[in-house]
Ligand binder design. Sequence first.
Ligand code: AHR
Length: 498
Amino acid sequence: ALAEGTITVSVDTAKPGAKIDRHIFGQFAEHLGTQIYDGIWVGKTSKIPNTGGIRNDVVGALKALHVPVVRWPGGCYADQYHWRDGVGKKRVARVNAAWGNAPEPNTFGTDEFMTFAKLIGAEAYISLNVGSGTVKEAADWVEYMTAPTTATLGKERAANGHPEPYAVHYIGIGNESWDCGGLMTPEDYVQQMKLYARFVNNYNTAVPTQKVAVGPGGDDTVWTDAVMETWKKRHGWSFDINGMSLHSYTWGAWPPSHPSTGFGEDEYAFMLKDTLHMEPLVAKQAAAMDKFDPEKKISLTVDEWGAWLAPTPGSNPAFLQQQNSQRDAVLAALNLNIFFRHADRIRMTNIAQMVNVLQAMILTEGNKMVLTPTYHLFKMYVPFQDSTFLPVSFDAGTYKFGDITLPKVDAVAAKTKDGKIVIALTNIDAKSPASFSVKLPGALGTAKGEVLSAPKLDSVNSFTAPETVKPKAVSATVTDGTLSITLAPASVTVLTLN
Ligand code: AHR
């Protein structure tokens, strides 16, 4: 008999669902604060060990995450970025007007970004400047990146040290065009979208480019309808898009004022409740897209998501620096689980952001580097990349704090690329452990993996204590197709059956 309160999770191995595209684990690196300069790029003459100016420690850490794709150069910055400032020997120093008028030396430009993406093994997702650029400027940029050296722009790229055309897997047609990208109406935007999708071409025929249109800024479907209707009516040989973006942060309030450290259970429960709005949001947008695209050809690309919290005290508020706690790792797991459940429509997402900005994987200070709880969570979830979703059924129970009610647990399962079953179990409850009995028909053997738990809900990794939150090995025996495990409060466990 099961102990009272045990949660039974049944995994249905007979009815596999959609592929969990590895691009769901995409990331975002904007020219913002200390992300590019200091966090990724230190320059060739730096004492910090680097490869052609790019930090070796950061590259090594990101490689272990198998980052599938990086979005660059913004964000709001993308609609102010002029690619010519950042290529060749003479770089044009500018002011980063999107983010605190910080100096922008443009020493990290297209060739440096492409080198960085290659070093970490990621595909490139380039956001075009639709707000303050022109169609010709964007077309020239993609020609510079992808044309053969018989074309003048391809020759220029070769002269800058890169004779082989780059692979540009994704192109974003603007960013938040309803706000920082140009305050456009849906009608304004679809007009731009048609021109950029028509005239910005990839010439590297070995690698097809997917074009991502700007989507709505929330649960507005007027914008979605405009983009999807235009696609439906007009796509063909001369115009096509493959994705529509959606941005949704967990901030609890605007402007972001919820602390990233020094909080208790009230904040924990409040922010996790807030993050679960991702489920109805993507369900609503997916349904709106279904009206025009029942075959789900267009991906819903959640290319900005994550916790956006109060700036670290003493930091420049325009640099969006915040700490990253155990709570944020739980928050990331809940969002990834939502994306998996919608994997038939969501084929790429990009957490905001990668290094030193918002819900970052990595924090740096001088030559020091710290891996955040979110980094560890992403690493534990690697087996889900390109796996096949397996439906699970369970009664999630409830976890209450004050007048906030949340599910007590969450669970997802998948069949990995190499045919194993992987399960992620989250105990959302901040106070009580959760006992699980996972039913896996016919399975035998040992499940091995890792658990991410922490001394406190707001435990973080800092430069002085970098390993407060880190995964620990865990294993469980599967007897008669049942795996039993008890999870600590506010923890995430990922297990693979061998
Ligand atoms: O990620 C920070 C900013 O949030 C991005 O630049 C913008 O697209 C969004 O508003």
